[in-house]
Design a protein around this ligand. Structure first.
Ligand SMILES: [Zn+2]
Ligand SMILES: [Zn+2]
Length: 353
């Protein structure tokens, strides 16, 4: 098995550090990808630090992967060496349940396999993510990356982008819809870009006046300071759809009041949805829903949509060696809007196979 360079957390409390991992030998339906860029998602920090329950160590985070195919198994049809390729949050699922049959692998009823902090379905080996020089993934979970986009800024589309795109598409957001995005971070900035490109009239809810100008630059039409009671009152019953990107439990009631009749509020984090009073729902037939990333078919559709509309993430490129400092800055919300690791800084294969 090829040994490759990576950065790993050895437990929940020590910083990430250089580490060598083994990637599996190619199976007939496998694609081997040299990783060029790896986005840094907030969930990387949560998992590396076991903030979502005990993590599996050693852990190599990273699930926003863009790279180039270096080898394929004998049965691979859709990729050849030299092609660009992407890998997101999922690398496997049962491929057999009703959700998988619909292309909704993120809702696999037998449990999907994530790119890291998970175990391979058959071998039980730990999965290792994108903070590494290469990865091997079965073809069905590899995405085609458009050559026309800025590759380093494409990486965050694989998690942040699809997490925003999937609910916007599921609820058929388009021209004539008034959409609000709550929070301007890695997710929120993609939500603004995608909702605007879909033709919606987009408002950002933020607590920070300093983010207003940036929101407009990203494509928002309006900004509402959510800590301003008068502004929140003026916005009552005005939105068709609200997408909350806030990663912590927060009071949804003020936002629910801004939904019009039949409006939908969608959360994308495993948060406690505080303030969902029945009165707020039944008075305007409002709904609260959740959404989790997207399936492979929809993720490909999102990448193609982004190519068509020239959409990528706003990123800050870092070296692999900067990852621990980047985590500290992310915890302080000090990034516009996604760190992406230039994997050339890590160095290539550690040893021949
Ligand atoms: Zn993510
Ligand atoms: Zn399944």
């Amino acid at each position: 098995m090829p040994t490759v360079n990576a950065y790993a957390a050895q437990d929940a409390t020590t910083p990430l550090a250089p580490f060598q991992i083994e990637r599996r030998d190619l199976r007939p339906n496998d694609v081997q990808i040299e990783i060029l860029f790896s986005g840094v998602c907030h969930s990387d920090i949560h998992q590396a630090r076991s903030e979502w329950g005990p993590g599996l160590y050693p852990m190599v985070p990273g699930h926003e992967i863009v790279g180039r195919v270096t080898a394929v198994g004998g049965q691979v049809q859709g990729f050849k060496p030299g092609d660009l390729a992407g890998v997101g949050v999922l690398i496997d699922s049962c491929q057999d349940c009703p959700s998988c049959a619909e292309g909704l692998e993120q809702y696999c009823e037998n449990g999907h396999t994530t790119t890291y902090n998970s175990r391979e379905r058959d071998s039980g080996n730990l999965t290792f993510g994108g903070y590494s020089s290469s990865i091997v993934v079965r073809e069905e979970f590899v995405l085609r990356v458009p050559e026309s986009l800025d590759l380093k800024a494409v990486a965050p589309l694989l998690c942040a982008g699809i997490t925003m795109y999937s609910p916007l598409r599921h609820w058929k957001i388009g021209p004539g819809h008034r959409v609000a995005i709550v929070g301007l971070g890695g997710l929120g900035h993609m939500g603004i870009k995608l909702a605007a490109a879909l033709g919606a009239e987009v408002t950002l809810f933020t607590t920070s006046q300093s983010k207003a100008a940036d929101a407009m630059r990203l494509g928002a039409h309006h900004v509402i300071i959510s800590s301003d009671p008068a502004a929140m009152k003026a916005a009552r019953t005005s939105f068709d759809f609200i997408l909350s990107t806030v990663p912590t439990s927060h009071d949804l009631a003020p936002y629910l009041r801004t939904l019009k009749l039949g409006g939908q509020l969608v959360i994308v984090g495993a948060i406690d949805p505080v303030g969902v009073h029945g009165g707020l729902l039944i008075s305007h037939r409002r709904s609260v829903s959740g959404s989790n990333i997207g399936g492979l078919t929809e993720t490909q559709e999102m990448l193609d949509f982004c190519a068509e509309h020239g959409i990528v993430a706003d990123i800050e490129l870092i070296d692999m060696q900067d990852i621990n400092a980047a985590y500290e800055r992310m915890v302080r919300n000090d990034v516009k809007y996604r760190f992406v690791i230039d994997m050339a800084s890590l160095g290539g294969e550690a040893a021949a196979d």
